[in-house]
Design a protein around this ligand. Structure first.
Ligand SMILES: NC(=O)c1ccc[n+]([C@@H]2O[C@H](COP(=O)([O-])OP(=O)(O)OC[C@H]3O[C@@H](n4cnc5c(N)ncnc54)[C@H](OP(=O)(O)O)[C@@H]3O)[C@@H](O)[C@H]2O)c1
Length: 334
């Protein structure tokens, strides 16, 4: 298995070909958040094509139905064209389903995880925290937290904590957090204004902060559960200004992303780094790595600090603890 032949323009097909020795994933279960648009669709399709049983999250059954069509079409195409997958034919039917949850509501995350675990009580090999919002006007979530922090970090923190027992019981034990190069913009996390960000709100700062939280979350999961329990975590920057739905919040962002689109990665090129993060063995991608263009890259200096990562972890546990199961609470409180 190698990522050396992969580059910024590698697609999911090339990532699957490069990591062919990890395939098929026929006994693996994967959960991808936010696969109703953008990078999540291609990520879910690639892993389903590789044989995994894939569950994706959606905010409604209607958006899930539309996404399922797209994911199925892309996965079928990959199975017919990627040589390592063609060699595995005949393929068993694709195993893709969805669970409805809204990461901006802690109660909804808990209900969604309960629905997922009652349907799939088996171990969860790969959790991909992909869903995200960008550039939103100042908005508070159902629980009263600034929306970038709520969706990009806190909802995923609760989801991950609830699913941690299932991930730790699995063979692969991998958690991938979609961060961004925007994690480098804050020089520090401002804990005084982290939850509501009411003082001089700037959407890009709120996004950058939430993406720094994603790296801290992955690093702290690694510190707590790697040596003791074999968990491996990877943070990912998929690429710059990829034309997905991420720019939907403002006409200005849509225009800027449109102008940049001839020079940016396609969606499958963006998703390839996530596919590598999900499939690579630890000898290729060490746990707690940060990937850009399918390769290990240093994070910002701020993201390497342990003190804010621990402080964020403790704060997040406090904010979600009423939604945790006793088993999850015991794990994340240690
Ligand atoms: N595109 C880029 O250039 C870029 C660059 C760096 C990092 N990233 C990161 O990559 C990840 C994927 O981004 P993308 O570009 O694929 O974005 P996208 O096309 O907007 O897709 C985002 C996904 O997240 C879901 N989502 C949004 N709010 C949610 C909520 N409250 N609860 C549950 N799901 C929610 C969306 O569901 P709905 O369809 O229901 O809204 C959608 O499925 C994000 O974490 C983003 O920060 C993207």
């Amino acid at each position: 298995m190698s990522n050396q032949q992969l580059s910024s323009r590698s697609t999911c097909a090339q990532a699957l070909e490069a990591f062919g020795s990890a395939l098929p994933l026929t006994s693996s279960r994967v959960l991808v958040t936010g696969a109703t648009a953008g990078i999540g669709i291609d990520t879910a399709a690639a892993l389903a094509a590789a044989g995994a049983a894939v569950t994706f999250t959606a905010r409604s059954d209607a958006s899930a139905a539309a996404a399922l069509e797209q994911i199925t079409a892309i996965a079928t195409q990959l199975q017919a064209t990627v040589p390592k997958l063609v060699a595995l034919a005949p393929h068993s039917p694709l195993k893709i389903d969805h669970v409805v949850l809204d990461l901006g509501s802690l109660a909804s995350v808990k209900a969604g995880v309960e629905a997922f675990t009652s349907k799939h009580p088996e171990p969860l090999d790969i959790l991909i925290n992909n869903a995200g919002v960008f550039g939103m006007p100042h908005t508070l979530s159902k629980d009263g937290y600034e929306m970038h922090f709520a969706v990009n970090h806190l909802g995923h923190f609760l989801l991950t904590s609830l699913l941690l027992p299932a991930v730790l019981a699995s063979k692969h034990k991998r958690i991938v957090n979609l961060s961004s190069v925007s994690h480098t913009t804050p020089s520090t996390l401002n804990f005084d204004d982290l939850l509501k960000r009411e003082r001089s709100y700037l959407a890009l700062h709120a996004y950058g902060n939430s993406k720094l939280c994603n790296v801290y979350h992955a690093n702290e999961l690694h510190r707590r559960f790697h040596d003791a329990q074999g968990l491996s975590t990877v943070s990912v920057h998929p690429g710059d200004m990829i034309s997905t739905s991420i720019s939907r919040q403002r006409l200005l962002w849509r225009f800027v992303f449109f102008l940049a689109s001839p020079f940016t990665k396609s969606v499958t090129q963006g998703a390839s780094t996530t596919v590598v993060a999900a499939l690579a063995s630890e000898s290729v991608i060490p746990s707690s790595s940060y990937l850009i263009d399918c390769k290990v890259t240093p994070t910002s200096a701020a993201a390497r600090l342990q003190e804010p990562a621990v402080r964020l972890w403790d704060l997040s546990v406090e904010l979600v603890k009423q939604y945790l199961t006793p088993e999850a609470l015991a794990l994340v409180s240690n």
